[in-house]
Design a binder for this molecule. Structure first.
Ligand SMILES: NC(=O)c1ccc[n+]([C@@H]2O[C@H](COP(=O)([O-])OP(=O)(O)OC[C@H]3O[C@@H](n4cnc5c(N)ncnc54)[C@H](OP(=O)(O)O)[C@@H]3O)[C@@H](O)[C@H]2O)c1
Length: 211
């Protein structure tokens, strides 16, 4: 894994969806998972590289955490030095059974991950809509709103540009502490999708002024 690529830590719903989108746009992606054999067929079908978490991070300038929140914190802390890499946090700190959030609103998963990830530039993104919408935002009839927050302006701009290329209506949400509101915002989508019975086939969208 020597050519620069985007590392996707986790190859479940979100990891696979982001891979599908990124590969379709010509990006090189590499999955990093605890048991690569489990995902060999998926990686081959998507045209993604596959390896251990350390192998995927090696050679990546951008690393996306597409794992449960507890695992994301662990991965963040396990790396001795992130060497300035952009670390995109797509997690939501969900309580068991989607019963709510276990962090917020005076703190956020993203800020805790940033505190654990030595020398990483953490950006919050890809947490506020369902995985199907991440695979192909154009399946919906209106642009899919995608807020992006982070303290490092260059890292935030890089992820904003990437999300725009991926087909999202990517919006600069300012510093990482905005994740305190973006994570409950994601919970609103989850609540509407499941508890309120509206299903997964929709996304939040911005409505501009007429004219
Ligand atoms: N699903 C959605 O629509 C959605 C939308 C927005 C945000 N999110 C957030 O995105 C994150 C991932 O959700 P998901 O639905 O994709 O979960 P998922 O389908 O359960 O996939 C989780 C992935 O993480 C891997 N994993 C677990 N522990 C790991 C570790 N220590 N190191 C590396 N990989 C590890 C799993 O590998 P194994 O299979 O080997 O366990 C699996 O590939 C969550 O934080 C969730 O809240 C989800």
């Amino acid at each position: 894994m020597t050519t620069p690529h985007i590392a996707l830590i986790g190859a479940g719903n979100v990891g696979a969806a982001l891979a599908r989108n990124l590969v379709a746009r010509g990006e090189r992606v590499a999955f990093g998972v605890p048991d690569p054999d489990k995902y060999r067929d998926l990686a081959a079908s998507l045209g993604a590289q596959l390896g251990s978490v350390a192998e995927a991070i090696d050679g990546a300038a951008i690393v996306v955490l597409a794992v449960p929140y507890a695992a994301a914190l662990q991965v963040a802390a396990d790396i001795d030095d992130w060497q300035g890499r952009i670390l995109v946090d797509a997690t939501n700190p969900l309580a068991p059974g989607l019963a709510g959030l276990i962090v917020g609103t005076t703190d956020s998963a993203a800020e805790r991950i940033a505190a654990a990830a030595r020398n990483a530039r953490v950006v919050k993104a890809f947490n506020t809509t369902g995985a199907e919408n991440m695979a192909d935002p154009h399946r919906l009839a209106a642009p899919v709103f995608m807020p992006v927050a982070g303290d490092d302006a260059e890292a935030r701009a890089t992820v904003l540009a990437l999300a725009t290329r991926m087909g999202f209506d990517a919006v600069d949400a300012g510093p990482l502490r905005a994740a305190r509101y973006l994570e409950p915002f994601a919970m609103t989508w989850i609540h509407l999708a499941f508890a309120a019975g509206h299903g997964r086939d929709w996304a939040f969208s911005r409505a501009p002024l007429r004219g």
